[in-house]
Design a protein around this ligand. Structure first.
Ligand code: KG4
Length: 339
């Protein structure tokens, strides 16, 4: 019998709904929220209001595009956390209401696990190569930088993580220093292509184990610019591409060094990357280079599954649905929750 899951994602500033049938994605609709651009970051109150406006049309469009009627759904999967509480509440309440009305199971999904499980989404006319267990997943987004040991879809262990800022935050905060619009990651990526990564030397952290730190890098970037601007007020404009290239290369170096160490120590060559920063062209190239040099089998997501999306939520929900791991109607969203 077919298992058709509607996934709902509303953890931050993207309202998304997707339909997955037996692991195959039928639709994945994402409505971004332009309202935050003027503020240089996500404003939680505005995000939850925009989710309220977007959720019904987004779900409607996801069902239509999938060619699926509500009554054909097997379960509703939703992101329970981590994320912004007001945003999560919109998706959680909507999912509960719909599951109650349709009398079908409700499945709660951990947003971080969903990023990892995006690698199992199947698409029409694609080779649908999936990671083999156990594998390592580098999860890099605006809120997280973690190395996750994935033993099974429901058995994950964080073996390393950032002790302060996330990699995406480092991109965004440094981009803001240079006057680039939010989120700065994509702009840094674009400009870095024309710059020299060795033009400036930035601080790299020295912390133990497989953990990360990015706050020192941000400070070193800020001080470099502050000092240079004293002599040349046009320093940023004249060196933007080189600054972006050096910043990007340093972030990637930090990320890959710990990932290499974890892969070596744990003797794992199956390595994936997930989260918003996995869209970065330099990081993708670093993965390809490591595949060649260290004989890693790499898994890099399609661009549509790098940032927040409901297909990954529906995929996680599908696995849980198959295990009959259902949520109760009194479950509440969590702003903070581990993998
Ligand atoms: O996973 P994600 O969509 O959501 C949150 O963490 O909320 O990740 C967003 C992050 C932002 O920090 C953004 O700047 C970064 O992903 N990002 C990138 C690129 N595209 C998105 N960072 C570097 N290069 C990119 N091409």
């Amino acid at each position: 019998m077919d298992s058709t899951i509607l996934g709902i994602e509303s953890s931050c500033d993207d309202t998304s709904a997707a339909v997955i049938r037996n692991g195959l994605v039928l639709s994945n609709i994402i409505a971004g929220q332009k309202v935050h651009e003027a503020y240089g970051g996500v404003v939680p109150e505005l995000a939850s209001r925009a989710h309220q406006q977007n959720i019904i049309p987004v779900v409607d469009q996801a069902l239509k595009q999938a060619g699926v009627d509500k009554k054909d759904l097997s379960a509703i999967a939703f992101t329970r956390g981590p994320g912004l509480l007001g945003s999560l509440l919109v998706g959680t309440s909507f999912a509960k209401g719909l599951s109650m009305a349709l009398r079908i199971p409700l499945v709660e999904v951990n947003h971080l696990q969903a990023h990892v499980l995006a690698h199992f989404i199947k698409e029409y006319e694609s080779d649908n190569r999936q990671p083999q267990f156990p594998f390592l997943c580098l999860l890099v987004s605006g809120g997280n930088s973690q190395i996750i040991l994935v033993r099974h879809w429901n058995d994950m262990e964080v073996v390393g993580q950032t002790i302060d800022d996330a990699a995406g935050e480092a991109f965004d905060k440094c981009a803001k220093i240079m006057g680039l619009p939010y989120p700065g990651g994509p702009a840094v990526d674009r400009l870095a292509k024309e710059g020299n990564p060795n033009a400036f030397k930035l601080n790299k952290p020295h912390i133990p184990d497989y953990n990360y730190s990015f706050s020192g890098l941000k400070t070193s970037f800020l001080y470099l610019i502050r000092d240079e601007m004293k002599n040349n007020p046009r320093f940023i404009e004249e060196n933007k591409a080189d600054l972006c290239a050096a910043l990007q290369a340093t972030i990637i170096d930090i990320l890959m060094q710990k990932l290499r160490k974890a892969a070596k120590d744990l003797n794992i060559r199956e390595v994936a990357v997930a989260g918003g920063v996995s869209a970065n062209s330099g990081l993708r190239k670093a993965f390809a280079d490591h595949a060649e040099k260290y004989h890693w089998k790499i898994h890099v997501p399609a661009f549509s599954y790098t940032t927040d999306n409901a297909a990954m939520v529906a995929m996680s929900g599908y696995f849980k649905y198959m295990d009959k791991d259902f949520a109760s109607m009194d479950c509440v969203p969590f702003a903070r929750v581990e993998i």
